[in-house]
Design a protein around this ligand. Sequence first.
Ligand code: ATP
Ligand code: SF4
Ligand code: MG
Length: 329
Amino acid sequence: MILVDNEVVLHIDNVKAGYVVGRRFIDAVSSVSLKLFYGEVFGLAGESGCGKSTLLKVIYGYIEPPLKRIEGSLILRTKNERLSLHELSDDELKRRVWWRYMTWIPQGAMSVLNPTIRVRDHFIEMFKLYSNIDKREVYRLTTEYLEALGLSKEVIDAYPIQLSGGMRQRIVIALALLFNPILVLADEPTSALDVVTQKILLEQLLKVQKERGFTLVLVSHDMDVHGVFTDRIGVMYAGKIVEVGSTDKMFAEPLHPYTKALIGSLPRLGDKSIRKGLSGAPPDLADPPPGCRFHPRCPYAMDICRREEPPIIEIEKGRIVGCWLYVKG
Ligand code: ATP
Ligand code: SF4
Ligand code: MG
């Protein structure tokens, strides 16, 4: 896959954000730079607490205390305009960007449905806010979107409380896709579901993604999900992006010692040996270790790793890693 810059939908440059808790600053997104491309499925991987959800909130612009964005820029390129998201007010974001261009399916999204309001009314409300089409058209579009995700049109008259977790999550996804956004941020969209339902729902989501061509950022701590469903992966560790690359190349030859550990701990077909997980725990983000944040757990750690932060370098087009092992000279 050759990716060129004019296909960039979102350019995240040197974004720093975290939580201000009393006198402590939890450095959850630490100088993150990334480019997301039109029509790709970008997987965001990493252990619990590494900052995946925080990065998505910052991209979407859902920044409420104690979360604070400190610096950095986010440029969204639509077909007609170039929007500096970091400069837009909450009002402008709501009016010009959310739902139209970008949607966010937050972690635990099923709770966003009001259990006492019928499914159809969730859709009607949304159309009222963001478009002026008539009720019959709302009904037609709603049933079309629900059917694309494997739901029958009768669901439209149900209350969310009457539906299974998988059905509710499909409704949340259908709502998110309603106005054909160009970028969809999906934070663990299936993690509350059983394994079989997870797989079916992800397959359906990916089918719709291919048909409509939007860019999907798929957050998951499950490397199996990334291996099957994503085109590229960004690996996060303790608030930093430590490796980016195509899914195929990353699985064939992971570069960063942390990525190696994530992929190495996956069971392989026919391999009966016990897979070694990563020992130790991620650092406290209010007081991260100096140098490379992974050094206390890294089997390859050198002196320089304990003192200086590794630069992020491009090993080949589109393959990025932040580790002293790859710095020459
Ligand atoms: P998970 O896989 O468990 O969802 P994550 O990678 O999404 O984890 P985040 O939720 O982004 O991680 O959290 C990043 C860091 O920020 C963690 O140290 C977490 O404890 C901290 N954090 C998250 N939300 C808050 C908050 N509201 N107030 C203070 N700290 C927070
Ligand atoms: Fe390990 Fe050093 Fe690379 Fe960090 S920079 S991952 S400690 S080898
Ligand atoms: Mg999360």
